[in-house]
Design a protein around this ligand. Structure first.
Ligand SMILES: Cc1cc2nc3c(=O)[nH]c(=O)nc-3n(C[C@H](O)[C@H](O)[C@H](O)COP(=O)(O)OP(=O)(O)OC[C@H]3O[C@@H](n4cnc5c(N)ncnc54)[C@H](O)[C@@H]3O)c2cc1C
Length: 430
């Protein structure tokens, strides 16, 4: 079954009724170029990825075939500047396109986010930050190498930063260390929940540059693309989780891995500057969950109308309780979409305090809301709808994982909103 499904490609798209966009371009004032990129993602998701998603989930298998199709469609380079051969999409366009993919395959959207961030953070985001002319020129030269690999060869990048300690939440320096040596660095450390393990061509590792005798500091965070086949890298542990099974988020070990200077995805000090001045960089895990929320809603409407393939064409829409549940889901979905759309539209350097609080609130709303909608969908559609032959139970499991994603877990968003709403910078009660 896997082989038959996986062999589908962009070129043998079946005739199916296209889904309406999650964000109608006219209503949400998206231009034609944005609408076209987002439509490419939606069409690929609906016509190809949706059919493969169950097998990736069942086997906890990485969606390699989807990545090949995304390369062909130009989507691996969605956020790569046009002058480097990419689609040149801005943050908002990428986020909405990722939501469209998440609607059909959560694991593909979530892993695609790790890949795209390698280009978004080194691209549009870095362009918004301070660098002297020489550093910027060097960065331009280096990122061209990464971008060429992606655009020409379909290279896939991942983004392992979680380590199991306080570093991924932003509290302390990363424990993975890069010791400067002639021509590059020697990297040692460990990353947990590293999506795309064993499948990415480059691991975009967040680590701390630390010379002999120096103390680790968050200011010295480096963002290095380690070739997956470099000596000293190993993938360990199994991967059999509740949801997002296709992400293959295993443990990565680095033992004396040499990496050359050109591996830097950002110049020294720029990641730290980004984390301080461009907080929306951490909101990019949320689009997947907007897509899952839409997917749960779409399923429910079709199911109650008796239109879901593989189920008896029995309508349930005439019951008032079903109508009320759908109304509640639609209200929740529109609430999440509204705050999230506003937040992704505000992504830029030096956002106001209000915009930062809104970004946390949008993340919280998307991550918790997607699972609330999926929960309601299961209760409303009933027992037959949670069979593994249908996508709803997968959406339910995938959406449960959203609020665990560091650095902006649901709990940390609550912590930050409460603290930052009540205290101005530097204020204390002492
Ligand atoms: C499907 C999936 C894919 C993932 N892919 C990646 C990936 O590609 N790259 C990557 O780097 N990570 C990835 N992660 C990891 C993710 O971002 C988290 O790091 C991981 O889920 C954290 O594990 P934990 O809950 O054991 O962390 P812990 O740090 O033990 O946190 C436990 C809980 O405590 C709370 N908490 C943590 N720190 C604080 C604090 N300072 N104050 C208050 N509360 C706190 C949080 O709410 C958190 O949920 C992935 C996770 C999942 C589930």
């Amino acid at each position: 079954m896997m082989t038959a499904q996986a062999s589908k490609s962009v070129t043998d798209i079946e005739e199916i009724d296209p889904d309406a966009p999650i964000f109608d371009p006219q209503a949400f004032r998206l231009n034609d170029e944005q609408a076209s990129i987002i439509a490419t993602a939606r069409e690929l998701g609906q016509t190809v990825f949706a059919g493969r998603a169950a097998a990736y989930d069942r086997d906890a298998k990485f969606p390699t075939e989807n990545y090949r199709d995304m390369h062909r469609a130009g989507l691996l380079g969605i956020a790569i500047p046009k002058k480097h051969g990419g689609l040149g999409a801005d943050y908002q366009t990428y986020a909405i396109a990722a939501a469209e993919i998440g609607r059909y395959c959560g694991a593909t959207a979530l892993t695609w986010n790790m890949h795209v961030c390698s280009t978004l953070w080194s691209g549009a985001l870095a362009d918004d930050l301070d660098m002297d002319a020489a550093t910027r020129a060097e960065h331009e030269r280096r990122r061209a190498v990464h971008y060429k690999r992606i655009v020409d060869d379909g290279a896939v990048y991942s983004q392992p930063f979680s380590e199991g300690g306080a570093a991924a939440a932003g509290g302390v320096a990363f424990g993975t260390e890069a010791k400067p040596v002639k021509g590059g660095w020697i990297v040692n450390g460990k990353k947990i929940f590293a999506s795309l393990s064993g499948h990415a061509d480059y691991y975009g590792v967040l680590c701390t540059e630390i010379a002999e005798g120096e103390k680790a500091s968050r200011r010295n965070t480096l963002y290095l693309a380690l070739p997956a086949n470099a000596d000293g890298i190993s993938v360990v542990g199994d991967w059999d989780p509740l949801g997002m099974r296709g992400t293959v988020s295993r443990t990565l070990l680095f033992k004396d891995v040499f990496v050359a200077e050109d591996a830097a995805l950002m110049p020294r000090g720029v990641y730290f500057q980004a984390a301080m001045r461009w907080p929306h960089m951490f909101l990019t895990l949320s689009p997947t969950y907007i897509g899952l929320a839409q997917g749960a809603y779409d399923f429910t409407v079709r199911y109650l109308r008796g239109e879901v393939p593989g189920t008896p064409p029995v309508k349930r829409r005439m019951y008032p309780t079903k109508q009320i549940a759908v109304a509640q889901m639609q209200i929740k979905l529109e609430q999440i979409k509204a705050i999230w759309f506003q937040a992704i539209t505000e992504a830029r350097a030096n956002p106001s305090k209000e915009q930062v609080l809104r970004a946390y609130a949008a993340q919280y709303s998307a991550m918790e809301g997607a699972n609330e909608i999926a929960t309601l969908a299961i209760r409303t559609c009933g027992g037959q709808a949670m069979l593994k032959s249908l996508p709803l139970e997968r959406i339910y499991r995938d959406s449960r994982c959203g609020s665990l994603m560091l650095p902006w877990t649901a709990e940390l968003c609550l912590d930050r909103i409460g603290r930052e709403a009540l205290y101005e910078t530097g204020e204390s009660d002492d």
